[in-house]
Write a protein that binds this ligand. Structure first.
Ligand code: SAM
Length: 215
């Protein structure tokens, strides 16, 4: 496990800061997590470019600056129990695991969950629980959550996820028509209901119903 050289890491952090990722805890977590471990073959050589890249099952690992901005918007604290919907490569979950007490991550593709689990084991990230399932229903058995992050685009924030958010909890989710540019929103659950903030345009793969067909 060699990781990037010092100059590559400096350029990576510079790109994150230029995109607006300024919170020290987020930058530290991203600096210490080698994105190359979450990619296969030739793509691992491009791990430190600020671009989304292909992973198995026709999915993508998100662009690092978007991972940083979403993590920042989530306002994670070390006491938090976090749910991530859309494990993908496991990169976002691994970053959250550095900042939160416990992370539950769920993906509809069992192959992605198996691959991510192996990386979490290698990195001794023992505070991540990874599961296969349709994450639009959340994880009722583990609810409520302090933080929920959805890394696939929904037409609206899924109702079950809203109901599994603690009062005072925060959810970050891209919403909009799946094939178009979506809007990243932050939802705050208050005593009286939900407050919605539009953050920025993003482009994510869609949140799909049911389990993935493994090839
Ligand atoms: N967070 C990931 C990472 O760090 O690599 C990137 C996630 S990728 C952009 C979106 C993921 O959402 C895909 O792996 C896809 O299988 C998953 N997904 C889509 N619909 C889902 C659903 N209903 N439940 C769970 N996962 C879903």
């Amino acid at each position: 496990m060699s990781g990037p050289d010092a100059e590559t890491k400096m350029q990576f952090l510079f790109a994150l800061r230029s995109a607006g990722v300024t919170q020290t805890d987020v930058l530290q977590a991203m600096e210490t997590m080698d994105r190359g471990l979450f990619l296969r073959g030739l793509f691992s050589q491009r791990a430190y470019e600020d671009v989304p890249l292909p992973i198995a099952c026709g999915q993508t690992i998100s662009q690092p600056s978007i991972v940083g901005l979403m993590t920042q918007a989530l306002q994670v604290t070390p006491r938090d129990k976090v749910l991530e919907v859309g494990t993908g490569s496991g990169y976002q979950a691994a970053i959250l695991a550095k900042m939160a007490r416990r992370v539950y991550t769920i993906d509809r593709h069992s192959r992605l969950v198996q691959d991510a689990r192996q990386i979490f084991d290698t990195l001794s990230l023992t505070n991540i629980t990874s599961l296969v399932g349709d994450g639009s229903f959340g994880l009722p058995d583990q609810a409520p959550f302090d933080r929920i992050i959805v890394t696939a685009a929904a037409e609206d924030p899924p109702g079950p996820l809203l109901s599994q958010l603690k009062i005072g909890g925060v959810m970050v989710v891209p919403v909009g028509q799946s094939d178009h540019v979506q809007t990243l929103i932050r939802v705050l659950r208050t005593q009286d209901g939900f407050e919605y903030d539009e953050l920025r345009p993003v482009r994510f793969v869609p949140l799909v119903e049911g389990l993935g067909k493994e090839t």
